[in-house]
Every structure is written in C-alpha cells, then in structure tokens.
Design a protein around this ligand. Structure first.
Ligand code: G6P
Length: 553
C-alpha cells in the first residue's frame, strides 16, 4: 500500500512537470527520434503509436509499475481463470469463453462455460445453415431473405457494428440484416413498409428477455406479420422468430420452440456479448465463417493480453495511457475518431463499453473512489468530424485526448477503375488522419515556412493522441480491435478499483418511466403516481400534464 501511494505521488509530480511542457517540446526535442521509436507498439498487423501522448519513457515506466501494484497482472489471470470478479452479482466475467477455439483445451475452472458456448455456437451454425439453405422457411413456406434483429444496448450495438463494418468491407451479404433498437418504433416503421412479411425472420435478442424497449418492438413486429399474413402471433412465434437470451425459461414462456432458441451464459455481460449467440445476425448476414474469423481475431488478442510482457501489452498500454490522461493530466473527455467510414458505429459501441463499465465512483467493496474515473467518450468518423467539431478541438477552451483509428490498405471487390479511385480515397484519408494527429499535438507549431505564411494561427495543440493503424479492415482485425478495447476497459477498472461488469446506474430510470407510462396509457392518474411512486416535484408534474394535454389535442 505504501509503495502504491509513493508511485501515485511520483505520477502526480510527473503530471505537474509535464503540464508545464508542451507536446511540441516533447516531440521536437533533442532525443525526438529515440522517443518516438520507443513509443511504438505492435501486435500482429495492428500498430499502436503512443508517441503523441504527453508522457515520457519515465512516465510510462511509472505507469507500468502502478499497474503492477494495482494488481493488473494478477486480476487478468483471475479473469481468465474464471474467478468471480463481478462481485456485486457474485459471478465471473467469461465473455472470452465465447471466442474460445472449438476443440482447444480450456482450464478446468472455465471448462463448463467454454463447452456450453461451443455447443451453442454449433447450434448457431446449424440454424444459420438451415436458413441459408432454405430448410427453415417462413410460415407460408417461402425462404427467408431478411432478418430484423430486435435488441438494445449490448444486444444491438455489437452485432450492428460488426454487420455494418464487415458488410461494407466487402464480405458477401447472404441475408439482409436490419437492426431495430429504438423504443418508439421509428426504425421499425420503414421496414414494415418495405420488407416482405413472408420472408422476414425476427431475431429477438435480449440477455434478460425482459427489456421493455425490445418487448414493445417485438410486439409491434409480430402484429405486422400477423396482420399481413393472416396468421396468429402464437403461430408466428413458433415459425418466424429466433430467440437469443440467457433466460431460456422466458423464451419458452414467450412461445419460441427450443429448437429456435440460442442461449449464452449469465456470466457474459450484455456489452461483451457480441461474441456469443447474440452475434447470430452477423452470421446470418455474412456467414458463419466470417463470424468465426471475428472470434479468432478476438481470441488472438486474449492471448496477447495474457502472455505479452506488460511493457509491450497493447491492452495494458492503452489502459494506463487513458488513465494517465484522465486521472493525472485531468483531461475529462476522450475522442474516438475512426478514419474509415466502415467503422461508423465504433464510437457508440465504445461509449457503452467504456462508460457503462467504468462510469462509476463506487469502488468494488462500496467505498467511494477518491479520484476521477472513466472519461466521457465521444466521437465520430474523423473525416466528417473535421467538418463539425474539430474547430472546438483546435481552438476551443477544452482539453481532450483522442484515439485515431485508421486502415492502411483497402481491399475491395470493386471493378478495376473504381478500385483505383477507392485506393486514392484511402490515401487521402490516411493523409488527413496523420495531419490531424500532428495538428492535435503541435497546434501552431505544426507549420513552418511557406505554410506558416498562409495559414491562420491560434491552434491550441497539446491534445494528446494515440494512433492505431490496422493493416487491413477485416473480420480478424475487427475482432482483435474490439477485444483490445474490452481489455483496456478491464485494465482501467482495476486501476480505479471499479467492478466493470455491472450497471446499477441504469435501473432507476426504468422504474420511473414504468410508472409514468401508466399515466400516459391512462391506467393511473398523474396524482396517483405523484403521491405514490414518484416525488411530486413541480417541474416534472407540470411536464407530464403538458404532454397529456398536447397529446390529446
Ligand atoms: O439484452 P438485454 O437484457 O435486453 O439488455 C439490453 C441492455 O439494457 C440494459 O438496460 C443495460 O443498460 C445494457 O447493459 C443492456 O445491454
């Protein structure tokens, strides 16, 4: 404990010194090439450049020592050993089991879960094959052409990101997948106007199988199928719904036959579940082989996280660098900037992964964290963000840190001449990515000579950033990238003493809205609810009354 305190103190002193130094001084100083070289890291075809971070090699060494003292290596081994690290729910966090290679041996402590996940994966492959081969058909006997994946949060963001990224990266789309998550039905409505009900399969994805957003969307979708096909919803549940959940008894009660159910264990959290049966829509859209390759990329990152020395371990490095920026340099927000349009859904995916995991101040064991924890994660496709919020980053008053994520080589199925143009676009994108990373770091100091004479000044610079470059964007590299971020989040949770595997902060809002829904649906009066479940604050009461009035007129 004493050692940990001393390391923390040293890091605080480092931060004080480094806050007085600019990134220009660090990047353009006498030892610049040695420093840059030493802050490059690799895993397979993934390159991580941390040389534009506001730290020195000495800082990095101290951060690694801090991580060791906080127990990162030990807890990592506990995670893979199946220890109950999710203390509030008293269970292990075994998402990595879902990407365990079939037939590879597994430690005794996680053997049961690995086996269960493998069996479900085989069942998934069978169902995917049945649908692709036309053996599983809709109630009227027509083959399935479209799937509507209905889920929210972790049951939506992961599969949607993977489907869209890899679909756009040239993987062949076998079945069209459409994702529906918003509780207001706005994503469902256009689908109901265009899809053929006879050839549309509903994939009902919900770990708990009780999330109200998903239940309402399913109810509407079934009503549409029933009306269009003149078949009862009971019958449709037997033939045109595939259920994915950790609660098979709830799928039974809903009327989905066992043969159309896929399960995953409670030990896989929602935001870590894309690797499990929740990913079935990816497999349906892009094929089982692509899904398996995604899993193998993630598994390779698991191995790297377990085996690589800390000083070269990408998840540990990304975790400690992020914690350095947040806790010691006190930078409150972190940007995710993919320089590849196919990674469009990465920022929202990472928002859930990082902020739902570590957006907590209660430490495991119930004490209050004495330092700031998870930063606010925000971002967008970098090239688009350049035309939107980069003005604030460059000349506004806020400090930010950022991850730039780029892809070096573009492979496409496009015809030859189109392909040439796309290659040029990739080069343009890479140039923008690297230019912006330099401008973030150096500000005005990024320009010299002729450029200086023609360019406006006042770029603040000193915005630390990491550049992650994937050689190509494919199922393997995407799997590895997502697992890298999962483990980064885990590393930070250890540094901050947080349980990253629960989300108690999302519950109360659900309860309050359930009470208010009763008022809006006419089952209870506002007075009943405000004198019972909800505190009668004048603002909320007035708002409810105003909405009731406006909805009536
Ligand atoms: O998969 P489900 O049980 O339907 O849950 C869907 C989502 O809703 C919850 O409120 C949580 O905030 C998320 O972590 C979860 O992924």
């Amino acid at each position: 404990m004493h050692k940990l305190y001393a390391t923390n103190r040293q890091l605080e002193l480092q931060a004080q010194n480094l806050r007085r130094q600019t990134l220009s001084e660090l990047l353009c100083g006498a030892d610049k090439s040695v420093r840059a070289e030493r802050l490059q890291f690799y895993f397979d075809s993934i390159h991580l450049d941390a040389s534009k971070q506001r730290l020195t090699e000495e800082t990095l060494e101290l951060l690694l020592e801090w991580a060791l003292q906080c127990g990162v290596e030990k807890q990592r081994d506990d995670l893979f050993g199946g220890k109950a690290l999710n203390t509030s729910e008293n269970r292990a966090a075994l998402h990595f089991s879902a990407r365990w290679p079939i037939n590879a041996s597994a430690p005794q402590s996680i053997f049961g879960t690995v086996k269960f996940c493998a069996e479900q994966r085989q069942k998934m492959a069978h169902l995917v094959q049945q649908i692709h081969s036309g053996k599983w058909r809709g109630v009227t006997g027509e083959p399935i052409t479209d799937i509507v994946h209905i889920g929210v949060g972790g049951s939506d963001l992961g599969p949607k990101l993977v489907s869209e990224t890899l679909g756009d990266a040239g993987e062949r789309r076998i079945t069209s997948a459409h994702y529906v998550s918003t509780m207001d039905g706005s994503q469902l409505l256009p689908l109901m106007q265009t899809l053929n009900p006879a050839t549309t399969l509903l994939v009902l994805a919900s770990k708990s199988f009780s999330t109200v957003d998903t239940q309402f969307n399913v109810r509407t979708a079934l009503a549409w199928l029933s009306e269009q096909l003149s078949i009862s919803t009971e019958e449709l549940r037997k033939h045109q719904v595939l259920g994915v959940s950790a609660r098979p008894e709830r799928m039974d009660a809903f009327g989905i036959p066992e043969s159309h159910q896929l399960q995953f264990p409670e030990t896989i959290g929602g935001r870590f579940s894309v690797w499990s049966a929740i990913g079935v829509s990816v497999a349906l859209e892009l094929g089982m082989e692509t899904f398996e390759t995604l899993l193998s990329g993630a598994h390779a990152m698991d191995q790297h996280f377990q085996k690589a020395p800390s000083a070269q371990n990408l998840p540990i490095l990304l975790g400690i660098i992020g914690a350095w920026n947040t806790q010691f340099l006190k930078i409150p927000t972190h940007l995710v900037l993919p320089y590849d349009g196919r990674l469009n859904k990465l920022p929202p995916y990472l928002q859930q992964l990082e902020m739902e995991s570590n957006g907590k101040t209660v430490r495991a064991g119930s004490s209050q964290a004495s330092q700031v924890t998870c930063p606010i994660i925000w971002g967008d496709i970098g090239p688009n963000a350049q035309h939107a919020f980069y003005q604030l980053v460059h000349q506004g008053s806020h400090e930010v840190s950022a991850d730039f994520i780029a892809v070096a080589k573009r492979t496409t199925n496009a015809s030859c001449s189109v392909s040439e143009h796309l290659v040029a676009q990739t080069k343009l994108t890479l140039a923008n990515c690297i230019a912006q990373s330099q401008l973030f770091a150096l500000g005005d100091d990024a320009i010299t000579g002729n450029l200086a004479a023609t360019t406006d000044k006042g770029y603040r610079g000193n915005q630390p950033n990491t550049v992650i470059i994937l050689e190509t964007l494919d199922a393997w590299s995407l799997g590895a990238l997502l697992a890298l971020y999962e483990h980064k989040v885990f590393v930070q949770s250890i540094l901050w003493g947080i349980n990253p595997f629960d989300q108690p902060g999302v519950e109360l809002g659900k309860k309050l809205s359930t009470s208010l829904y009763q008022v809006f649906s006419g089952n209870r009066t506002a007075s009943e609810v405000f004198s019972g479940d909800l505190v009668d604050d004048s603002s909320t009461r007035l708002l409810v009354e105003r909405v009731l009035l406006m909805a009536r007129n």
